[in-house]
Design a protein around this ligand. Structure first.
Ligand SMILES: NC(=O)c1ccc[n+]([C@@H]2O[C@H](COP(=O)([O-])OP(=O)(O)OC[C@H]3O[C@@H](n4cnc5c(N)ncnc54)[C@H](O)[C@@H]3O)[C@@H](O)[C@H]2O)c1
Length: 274
């Protein structure tokens, strides 16, 4: 999209983190917003943070529920008349080995992180096709090209989101719809704190604190980079210096780099056990 003024942007997971920052920054460009999240309070807070005089609608939507996503797309059209961009951003994570994770928790992550994105894409696509300059933005991750231990369902789902994005780019070639596949590295948000884990609350909090230290990119900076990628119609947008380094290493060492990550993870666990 070349211009964001008076455009209607729909964002999932807008009640926190990257989704919230995107909403605030799009409003600064004069975009109208259709915001959704499963967290009502977060959504209200996001709306309160938007100072610009743009039209903002909000809806409680569980992206893992296909009917809710389709109903939200219809509501968006009723309220705003048209929609130019869908940002499928809502996401969650778990912390457990594949051996230990329950199928219920695997499905919880996969249904939100992959199927939520698929539903958002398909529900909004017929409306986007009517617009002269439209955009689909699906948030994957560096875990969309490199997995990390205890994060299996998320990495599987983010790989699937990347494949979905590349398929859409091929299939929508020559149409008015551009597709951006977004791959952030560590962004300081609530994602680690809200993850499902099987160890003690104390360990969970420690891990979330560690994540806050490692994640060098703020949600505001991430949103700025993503919006810049949209304005440049980039097919692939890395977010953060760490994402750029990881991208290079996984291309140079397609097997040795994941092996190294596995080794470092095992060593870190041994330190904790000592
Ligand atoms: N934070 C990072 O380091 C990082 C890195 C790579 C990719 N990402 C991706 O960025 C996106 C945004 O995550 P974030 O870091 O801002 O995390 P966050 O936890 O701050 O925000 C995620 C939002 O998604 C919402 N959500 C969760 N389940 C939902 C559901 N079923 N239906 C609707 N909304 C739901 C949450 O309520 C929350 O508002 C996610 O797709 C995440 O996987 C984050």
């Amino acid at each position: 999209m070349k211009n964001l003024n008076e455009k209607v942007i729909a964002i999932t997971g807008a009640g926190s983190g990257i989704g919230r920052s995107l909403a605030i920054q799009f409003a600064n460009y004069g975009s109208h917003l259709s915001l959704s999240d499963i967290d009502e309070n977060g959504l209200i807070e996001t709306k309160d943070l938007i100072q610009n005089k743009v039209n903002v609608t909000t809806k409680i939507v569980d992206v893992a529920d296909r009917e809710q996503v389709y109903a939200w797309a219809e509501d968006t059209i009723k309220a705003h008349q048209y929609v130019d961009c869908i940002i499928n951003n809502a996401g969650v994570a778990s912390v457990a080995n594949i051996e230990d994770i329950t199928y219920e928790d695997f499905d919880w992550v996969f249904n939100i992180v992959f199927y939520g994105v698929l539903y958002g894409t398909k529900a909004f696509l017929p409306h986007l096709k009517k617009r002269p300059d439209a955009h689909i933005v699906n948030i994957s991750s560096v875990n969309g090209f490199i997995p990390t231990p205890t994060n299996g369902p998320y990495a599987c789902a983010k790989h699937a989101v990347k494949a979905l994005n590349q398929t859409l780019q091929q299939e929508l070639r020559g149409t008015s719809i551009n597709v951006t596949s977004v791959h952030p590295g560590g962004v300081k948000t609530n994602i680690a704190r809200n993850s499902r884990a099987y160890d003690s609350q104390e360990r969970h909090n420690e891990r979330a604190d560690q994540f806050d230290k490692i994640a060098k990119t703020s949600a505001g900076k991430a949103a700025k980079v993503i919006i810049n990628g949209i304005l440049k119609n980039r097919k692939r947008q890395l977010v953060g210096a760490d994402a750029k380094v990881i991208d290079i290493l996984h291309r140079l060492f397609p097997q040795r780099f994941p092996d190294l990550i596995g080794f470092l993870h095992e060593r870190a666990l041994r330190k904790i056990d000592r």
